[in-house]
Design a protein around this ligand. Structure first.
Ligand code: VOV
Length: 248
């Protein structure tokens, strides 16, 4: 049997994708729409307080294309809190005018492919990666992925050393994007339909394309990567929410 990589887990994560039901939303009076927006902003206020206390983090992005209109990514210490947040949003007025289009449940994950001698829970860098405050980058890119388990291409039957070498090469490509793309890898084995969620943040959306393309030529992605749907979007600042939902 091959040796399993050891993983460290941080905050639980929910990616919640919604389409807006514009037809119904337009039928509300302007006052009703204002009240719904106001209620949603109060919910975000609450999440901002949690974030400032470093008990979680969240990000709000519009999604380009027909897969969704916006995405909420929420990080919390427990799966119960993730579930509560989901229900809390679903009880808002705004939620009545949204249609869920996709969701992803996972947990922030780091592996020991690139070993370090430190006690990970004493390292501020590692703690910052396990419990990240999500950046306010202009763009987000999200997709779920697997490592292939087929015929001769079975990641899970490779010796640790081969996997480590491939992950080292993966990390070297990624490092060239330092300062341009921030990645958050969340593990979802046992939680959702793929093995990982990949969330990328950047101020320049073209960097997503360049990074993902370059990685396609690297063995771990070229031979073993299998990908779900890709979502790409733009930062939805709180002061733009009213504008997004505004009807003339
Ligand atoms: C922005 C750049 C970037 C950087 C610097 C980076 C580095 C690293 C390091 C050092 C490590 C290993 C240790 C750890 O930290 O866990 C990883 C781990 C991982 N990665 Fe990565 N990755 C990046 C970016 C990055 C991208 C764009 C993708 C998607 C791949 C693609 O083809 O579309 C990805 C995937 C993953 C996955 C699924 C894992 C877990 C694999 C496993 O088997 O456990 N990743 N990654």
């Amino acid at each position: 049997m091959s040796e399993a990589a050891k993983t460290l887990e941080g905050w639980y994560s929910l990616h919640d994708f919604r389409a807006i039901d514009w037809t119904s939303w337009k039928m509300l009076s302007s006052d009703e729409r204002q009240a719904a927006i106001h209620e949603f902003l109060s919910l975000l206020d609450k999440w901002n307080t949690t974030q400032s206390e470093k008990k979680g983090s969240h990000a709000l992005y519009t999604v380009v294309g027909q897969k969704a209109d916006f995405m909420m990514m929420v990080l919390r210490p427990t799966l119960e809190e993730i579930n509560e947040i989901e229900n809390e949003f679903n009880k808002t007025k705004l939620a009545e005018y949204t249609v869920p289009t996709f969701s992803y449940v996972s947990v922030v994950e780091l592996s020991n492919y690139l070993p370090s001698d430190q006690d990970p829970y004493q390292s501020p860098e590692i703690l910052a990666r396990l419990y990240p405050i999500l950046p306010k980058s202009k763009h987000v890119c999200f997709y779920p992925m697997d490592k292939r388990r087929q015929g001769n291409d079975n990641w899970y039957m490779l010796p640790m050393e081969d996997r480590r070498n491939m992950m080292r090469s993966h990390g070297m490509i990624g490092r060239q994007y330092a300062g341009k793309v921030k990645q958050i890898i969340t593990g979802s084995v046992g939680f959702d339909d793929y093995e990982w969620g990949v969330t990328l943040f950047s101020d320049d959306a073209i960097q997503f394309k360049k990074l993902v393309y370059e990685m396609r030529f690297d063995e771990v992605s070229a031979r073993y990567g299998e990908f779900g749907s890709f979502f790409v979007g733009n930062l939805l600042e709180e002061d733009r929410i009213a504008q997004l939902l505004h009807i003339n």
